[in-house]
Every structure is written in C-alpha cells, then in structure tokens.
Design a protein. Structure first.
Length: 271
C-alpha cells in the first residue's frame, strides 16, 4: 500500500468523503496509468473488466454492484496502492432494483446487432436492428431507442418483430431522434425476448456516417455496414479510442464488434 505521505491531500479527502466517481478518478490520475494499462494489469491478476466499464465508473454513470465487479474494485484498490475498502466504502448501500415512481419497468439489453445498408450513392439507406432484451422485473414492456442524426436526416422507425412503435420525438436542435418500442408481451422477470426493428432513411441529405449511442452498457454489440459500392475509406468511431481504418470483406461489408459497449460507437465513410 502506498504511504499516506505519497498521496495528495485532495485524494485523501476524496477517499474519506467521496463521492466514489471523483475518488476513483483522482486515484487513477495520480497513478499515471491509462485505463487500458489498468485493465491489462487486473487481467494478469485474474480480474476481468473492460475499459468502457472503468470509464463509466469514473463518470458516475455506472457503479460496481455485482459480486464480480466488487472483486475487481478490491483488486483496483491493491493495484492503485490504496487502503483496503477505501473505494468500496464510498459506494454506500446497493441501489434499489424495484420500480421507481413514474418510471417504466426495466429491460436490459444483452446483445444488439445493427446492420446498416449503404446505397450506390454512398448514402445511408436503412439500418436493421436486432436486440435481445431481458426483463429485470414484472411488467417490463417499453424500450427506448435513440438515434444521433446528420442535420436534416429524419428516418422512419418501423417495428418488425415482437414490438410496435410508440412515441417518436425529433430534437431538431440536437439532430436526435428518440423512439419508444412497446413489446407485444411483457417477459417474465429473468426471461428474454428478441426484438427487431429498422430505420428507413428517405431520399434527401446524404448521411456519411452511422453512430450508435448507448445510455446503458450492452454486453455484446455488432455493427455491420454493407456497401453497394465500396467506399474510398471507412473508419471506426469510438468514444474510448481514436479512429481506426476498416477494410471491407469480399462481400463489401465492414464490421465493428464490442464487448461491454458503452458511449458512442459507429463508422464514417468516404464514397
């Protein structure tokens, strides 16, 4: 464990008072280690955690609650040379899992598959979506979907399997569309359901990218993009890493596969 004298006063204060995200950020910052290096060193100790998950813990958008996550947190305290329990003690009691007043029942996305279709003009024509949802409580029947759009691009959301389209809202100032899918039947707690829908893009301004924003982490995410005409260049976009070149396969398709997907993930192409 690192001697108290080697830690900053700010870090000691945060370890004593919290909040948890700020204390974790400060401890990681003082260590000088990147999130990827932390992930690698934890893996050598037999502890598995993704870089997006660590980032979500730092931001406060997610916190370690499951037994496996708490084991990772204990290993993180050792790795960062902090007193045992100093970070875990800032978590407080577990968050309630029941339904909060005025909120929909909870559905969790176990996996999601987006298949984007790019036409001969290099324009995003449609995106077909297949998502596997699991109910955490009884009565879970509504699932929100969000799209970040190019200015002037307004797709039509069409339900294809086990759902119907509820409300649809366009935020023109932020170039964002939010829709609510209503399941045909609410799965029992712990059970899963496969939902399929698509976004059809009308003729108009040419969208040269597709980006998916995850409000909640998804265990397995696959994004495929099939080009009618191969682009001059295609790159992967990700909040937790710089752009990376993607090479189409023999069928004219590129893909991005992510575990514990979080934040913004997508592709950009140049026809």
């Amino acid at each position: 464990m690192r001697p108290v004298a080697d830690r900053s006063a700010d870090l000691d204060r945060l370890l004593a008072q919290g909040p948890f995200p700020a204390a974790l950020r400060a401890a990681i910052g003082e260590s000088g280690l990147s999130l990827d290096r932390i992930r690698h060193r934890l893996a050598r100790r037999g502890l598995t955690v993704s870089v997006p998950t660590l980032s979500l813990w730092q931001s406060g958008r997610r916190r370690p609650e499951r037994a496996e996550s708490l084991r990772v947190l204990a290993g993180l305290e050792q790795l960062l040379e902090l007193p045992s329990g100093s970070l875990g003690g800032l978590l407080g009691p577990p968050r309630p899992r029941g339904r909060a007043p005025g909120r929909n029942s909870r559905l969790i996305a176990l996996s999601q598959h987006d298949r984007a279709e790019i036409d001969e003009a290099g324009r995003l024509a449609a995106v077909r979506v297949r998502v596997v949802l699991r109910a955490e409580e009884a009565g879970a029947q509504r699932w929100p979907v969000r799209w970040d759009l190019e200015p002037g691009v307004t797709p039509k959301i069409v339900a294809d399997r086990n759902c119907r389209v509820g409300s649809v809202e366009h935020d023109l100032d932020r170039s964002r569309l939010t829709a609510e899918l209503v399941l045909d039947a609410a799965p029992a707690p712990g059970e899963s359901v496969i939902v399929e829908y698509r976004a059809a893009f009308p003729a108009g301004p040419a969208a040269r990218r597709f980006v998916r924003t995850f409000g909640q982490p998804v265990r397995d995410y696959l994004l495929e993009a099939r080009f009618a005409v191969l682009p001059a260049r295609c790159v992967r976009l990700h909040d937790f890493g710089g752009p990376r070149e993607l090479s189409p396969d023999s069928g004219g398709t590129v893909h991005v596969a992510e575990a514990d997907a979080a934040g913004r993930i997508g592709i950009r192409w140049e026809p």
